[in-house]
Design a protein around this ligand. Structure first.
Ligand code: PMP
Length: 306
């Protein structure tokens, strides 16, 4: 089963088998949902499971609910409680991935704004091998959805038809993943992660008007780079061919974590190995999320010792 046994539906813990919506709900008919992917990290020294940046994920879900005109928009405390109670119900003491979805649960027509369902599920999940090995990507031929159509800043389930098509194209062609371009032909992001490249010691990432999700991990990486490593960080548009000139590249996301990109369109990035700045950021990120670095304690929400 890809999800642990106990889930949370509208605030109640339910068995995986009973966690159901109607097949004619707005979520199914129109893709009317917003979601979050979150990770929690086990620290064996303090015997604690830390949910990373739970508050920011709950706030982003609320932003999405507001933009999609969901009524009500659930309070942040309720959203956080549902996540914590799901982790506790499953007695999780290992690295875990959590998914939370707010969706239209009624059988109504297009303009419906309620009723709103909320589901949380989680599953133990170690880091992927790609975190160490890196990945080979292509730049997809399918353009990224635009802010004035399906805003990528809102983590809507329906958006992911775009990501899925781009990802499938890349996989069919033998790549590990895809990087998408905006309608203007500028670098946007991966199917589930934000793009960074290193040039001359500076980190460069597409700005928030490049049709990206305003990623929590992207923000974390920028804080680490600026505040811990004193590296210059630039948010700006990136041309397609500029990525071929990068010394290093990686993508980042809560679920993906930090994955080196070692090849783009069959051209090696730098010398084709995982770069030193990427490695330093990876190490600092993993130390931070587990609580093995002291910075930003407010980003780690304890599950057990509360
Ligand atoms: N972009 C897209 C399209 C994503 O799906 C994700 C995963 N949520 C990200 C970026 C990374 O966002 P975050 O760091 O907030 O998980």
């Amino acid at each position: 089963m890809p999800t642990a046994r106990w889930m949370c539906l509208n605030g109640d813990i339910v068995d995986y088998a009973d966690c159901k919506v109607h097949a004619f709900s707005g979520a199914v008919k129109y893709g009317a949902g917003v979601f979050e992917g979150i990770r929690a990290y086990w620290n064996a020294d303090d015997k604690e499971l830390h949910v990373f940046r739970l508050r920011e994920h709950a706030e982003r879900l609320r932003f999405g609910m507001r933009v999609l005109r969901f009524d009500p928009v659930y309070p942040v405390d309720f959203l956080e409680d549902c996540v914590l109670k799901t982790l506790r119900a499953n007695e999780l003491r290992e690295n875990t991935h959590i998914r939370m979805i707010a969706f239209l649960s009624g059988d109504d027509e297009l303009p419906a704004t309620s009723p709103v369902g909320l589901v949380v599920g989680c599953v133990p999940r170690p880091s992927a091998q790609s975190v160490a090995k890196g990945i080979r990507c292509r730049i997809g031929s399918i353009q990224r959805i635009a802010d004035n159509a399906l805003p990528p800043r809102v983590k809507a389930t329906a958006n992911y038809i775009n990501n899925r098509a781009a990802e499938l194209e890349a996989r069919r062609d033998g790549y590990d993943g895809v990087l998408m371009l905006t309608a203007q032909g500028k670098m946007s992001e991966g199917a589930g992660a934000c793009f960074f490249m290193v040039r001359d010691g500076a980190l460069i990432t597409p700005d928030v008007t490049s049709d990206i999700l305003e990623s929590i991990t992207r923000e974390t990486v920028m804080r680490l780079a600026r505040d811990v490593f004193n590296l210059p960080v630039v948010e700006r548009q990136i041309d397609r061919t500029e990525v071929y000139a990068a010394d290093e590249a990686f993508w980042c996301g809560s679920g993906q974590e930090i994955v080196p990109i070692i090849e783009i369109d069959r051209l090696a990035v730098g010398d084709g190995a995982v770069g030193p700045i990427t490695q330093r950021i990876q190490q600092a990120y993993f130390d931070l999320v587990r609580g093995q670095r002291a910075e930003w304690p407010e980003w780690r929400r304890p599950v057990w010792n509360v």
